[in-house]
Design a protein around this ligand. Structure first.
Ligand SMILES: [Cu+2]
Length: 840
């Protein structure tokens, strides 16, 4: 499907480009800043904000190092020390490492894939505001002198209402969960982008390795973040409403927190590392001046790392008293994950070996990465050995390992990527001399800071403690670490300054200054807001090396989507495996809704922290209004079933296409939600294992007539939505609306009956962990039923307005699929609540 190439006059060409620029540009001024949703703009915000948090988190670590410089120092008292350690770890993990990678992915992916924008621009913008507000929440705790001090891992019982009575833990739980919305929305966004917005011809064997890495990472976020989100919600429920999950006296178990936390925490390491590995796989071929060696092996390594990393969480808990067999299993699994990582390292080395390497700034950071990351990997294999872990547990040896893996695995590739892609954003080159000096400051400073910690740890210096026993012989090592820490900080500031200054003072870069082969380098530098003047065609993993005219062809406006004639932002949608053109996706332009929705959540959460629960509940109304208005005005619901992608090339619009982005977004969202639900069911069974009487005497949760009737009503919802779908298929829009109406009534009936049935059997949640977890299960599902009811009303409104019809059934398809999921989830929750205790 290539559009006929017709030579255009220069004036005509200029007019087309002007139209494209007008449609894709942000509005001018402050309003434009607040309403922008374009992926480049939003991604730049993620990157700049992420680096700002890096500086803040880094400043905290300087105080920590100063405190440890001499024995008996009084820079921070023990309380402040705990707060700074908590904020440092939390900032680096949640406010820097994950968001910065999301920023890179959001900025680069559409450009590498040959797309105009991400498929859900509003979602990215919304994610950014949640991230920013969540981070500000966390730091606002300092203003109230209530900074969290339970560590970035927030172990209970240390963080429960008894041992952390202030609001510090609440700030952490709510702020971090708020910021994590960004990770989850980015996961949805990036999965769909990689699956269906690749340039025509970019089948899955030609995808850039960075896109593969992001795809795997996004799936890992989808499965890895929900356990932590659930754990945070449960702990907050325990703190705020006296539910019981972690309190032993009433049937809870503090180890549940550790399991849920590390179910997230270990994959998190790879969620951070895989995108960085993707960067390495992009930079090395360019500077080796040859295609990457072992493309398929690298892809397999990425995918298997994704799977393996979920089987490793227990290695963070070797010291808590785990059965021997489990210790052996998790120890072996922890070592096994070194294999796919090793495969990637060998593929990179082979690429350099067989190429003609060229040492420029990005490559220097890649070499730094090799040294540091391999050292961190070695200590990781050491810690995977249970007897060694018992020895080194909770000492600075682990601190050293952690920083080698995270700084080695993230920071060096990140700086490599920053220098590498800077010309795309700025159109200018960074300063090679300042950059090299900064690199050496970082490299030497880093190693002198953290290498000694291996030794201090082995000598017995405990981590997380504000000082250390005198006479360990660690004084001079700590002094060295502290001094070197400041060298490291200077180097990092220099790198960020260099990058910032290059926007103004850098030497202008021509197009593709590194002679790279991947698609993003076919763009003009700096990049125009619409990326490509027309969607390029791809026939190789390194299209620019294979065919140097790609850049020129995609810069002309006479290919696919070469004109903004409809006056709408349009993205080309392609097939999942083949990347054949399938649809024209109309995406949103600048809008206030994402900001308003995020502000509504911020207000709600602020009221919650202040314990104004009634106000928090009342704020649900504006939040819902913002979300509904958002949904109603998204994309272009009035788009016809077919659109012209180029003169004479007709494609379905997204509302008429089976592979619609909305459909894939639903699939990704349900993966996330399913993982959240599975974590909750896991919590139920974990608590059951630890409690002798389950349910405790006096709480018999059998299935009475009310519960059975409720189940029947829920099952009938499935029939109602299926009937509605069939009716629309036959062109009977009114009957389709009636089917949705019936589903809403049935859902309402279910909610009323089922909550009454649970109240009859479980009793108040504060009595016992059993009652708490049963209420949480029932409540979790009830929220889903309520959302499904809202969706049904929304789809019915679309049917009424004529946006949804037999040719454009997307919204009804999504609604019906969501209902089916809710019915399935409800059946499982129902069986756990009503049947499981009887089956015991
Ligand atoms: Cu781990």
């Amino acid at each position: 499907m290539t559009a006929p190439a017709r030579p255009l006059g220069a004036a005509q060409e200029r007019r087309r480009r002007h139209r494209l620029a007008r449609v894709w540009s942000n509005r001018p001024g402050w309003v434009g800043q607040l309403t922008a949703v374009n992926h480049s703009t939003v991604a730049m915000r993620f990157i700049v904000t992420g680096f700002a948090f890096l500086l803040v988190g880094g400043a905290l670590s300087m105080f920590i190092r100063l405190q440890l410089a001499w024995f008996g120092n009084e820079v921070l008292d023990p309380q402040r020390y705990a707060q700074f350690v908590t904020l440092h770890g939390t900032t680096m993990m949640f406010l820097f490492a994950v968001p910065i990678m999301e920023g890179f992915a959001m900025y680069l992916l559409p450009k590498m894939l040959g797309a105009r924008d991400l498929p859900f621009p509003r979602l990215s913008a919304f994610g950014y505001w949640c991230y920013l507000f969540g981070g500000l929440f966390l730091y606002s705790s300092l203003l109230f002198d209530a900074a969290p001090d339970g560590g970035w891992f927030m172990y209970v019982p240390l963080t429960d209402a008894t041992f952390s009575p202030g609001r510090g833990a609440d700030f952490w739980l709510i702020g971090v969960t708020f910021a994590e919305i960004a990770a989850v929305t980015a996961a949805v966004e990036l999965i769909v982008a990689v699956l269906i917005t690749r340039a025509p011809g970019m089948d899955i064997r030609r995808m850039p390795l960075f896109a593969w890495a992001i795809l795997v990472t996004a799936f890992m976020i989808a499965f890895g973040f929900p356990p932590l989100i659930l754990a945070s919600v449960l702990l907050e429920m325990q703190r705020a409403f006296d539910f019981v999950f972690f309190d032993v006296a009433r049937g809870g178990d503090p180890l549940l927190w550790q399991h849920l936390f590390w179910l997230f925490g270990h994959p998190e390491v790879y969620i951070i590392f895989l995108p960085a590995a993707g960067v390495v796989s992009m930079v090395i071929p360019t500077f080796a001046r040859r295609p990457v060696v072992g493309y398929l092996w690298i892809v397999l390594a990425l995918v298997s790392t994704g799977f393996l990393s979920f089987g490793l969480w227990v290695h963070h808990m070797f010291a808590v008293g785990i059965p021997l067999l489990a210790l052996a299993f998790f120890s072996a699994a922890s070592m096994a994950v070194a294999i796919p990582t090793g495969i990637q390292v060998f593929a990179w080395i082979a690429t350099l070996w067989s190429g003609r390497p060229w040492l420029r700034l990005p490559m220097l950071h890649i070499l730094g990465f090799f040294v540091v990351f391999v050292l961190g990997g070695l200590t990781g294999v050491m810690l995977a050995l249970v007897p060694f872990d018992w020895q080194a547990h909770d000492t600075h040896f682990v601190v050293a390992h952690l920083h080698y893996v995270l700084i080695g695995g993230l920071m060096f590739p990140l700086f490599a990527g920053l220098y590498y892609w800077l010309p795309l954003a700025s159109g200018r080159m960074p300063s090679e001399s300042l950059g090299r000096t900064a690199f050496w400051l970082v490299f030497v400073g880093f190693n002198l800071t953290f290498l000694p910690m291996h030794l201090t740890g082995l000598l017995g210096m405990p981590r997380r403690a504000h000082t250390y026993p005198q006479g360990l012989g660690v004084e001079w090592l700590n002094l060295l670490s502290t001094a070197a820490g400041f060298v490291l900080a200077t180097g990092m500031i220099a790198i960020l300054l260099d990058a910032a200054l290059s926007f103004r003072h850098g030497r202008r870069s021509g197009r593709d200054p590194w002679h790279a082969g991947t698609l993003e380098w076919a763009l003009q530098h700096p990049v125009p807001p619409y990326n490509f003047a027309s969607v390029p065609q791809v026939d190789d993993r390194y299209p620019l090396w294979r065919d140097p005219t790609v850049a020129e062809r995609s810069a002309r406006a006479d290919g696919l989507l070469g004109d903004a004639a409809h006056g709408r932002r349009e993205v080309l949608g392609t097939g999942v495996l083949t990347a054949a053109p399938e649809q024209v996706i109309r995406v949103s332009g600048s809008t206030w809704w994402p900001l308003l929705a995020a502000l509504a959540i911020a207000a709600l959460l602020a009221c919650f922290i202040a314990k104004w629960y009634l106000a928090a509940v009342l704020l649900l109304a504006p939040l819902l209004a913002a979300l509904l208005a958002w949904a109603w005005t998204t994309g272009d619901r009035t788009a016809p079933a077919q659109l012209e992608a180029a003169p004479g090339v007709l494609l379905p619009s997204q509302y008429a296409c089976r592979n619609a982005p909305g459909w894939w977004a639903l699939v990704a969202t349900l993966l996330i939600d399913g993982s959240l639900f599975a974590s909750l069911v896991f919590a139920y069974f974990y608590l059951w294992l630890g409690t002798e009487a389950w349910p405790p005497a006096g709480m018999a949760a059998g299935a009475g007539p009310a519960a059975w009737t409720a189940l029947a009503l829920l099952a009938a919802c499935w029939g109602a939505v299926s009937w509605s779908e069939r009716a629309l298929h036959g062109g009977r829009a009114t009957a389709a609306q009636a089917g949705l109406g019936v589903a809403v009534l049935l859902g309402g009936g279910f909610l009323w009956l089922h909550l009454a049935a649970v109240a009859g059997v479980a009793g108040p949640p504060s009595v016992h962990a059993y009652a708490s977890v049963v209420w949480t299960l029932a409540g979790f599902h009830a929220v889903h039923v309520a959302v499904a009811m809202l969706l049904a009303l929304y789809a019915a409104a679309g049917l009424r307005k004529g946006h949804v019809d037999a040719a454009r059934p997307l919204e009804l398809r999504i609604t019906a699929a969501f209902w089916r999921y809710v019915v399935g989830q409800g059946a499982i929750a129902w069986a756990v609540i009503h049947l499981f205790p009887e089956a015991l």
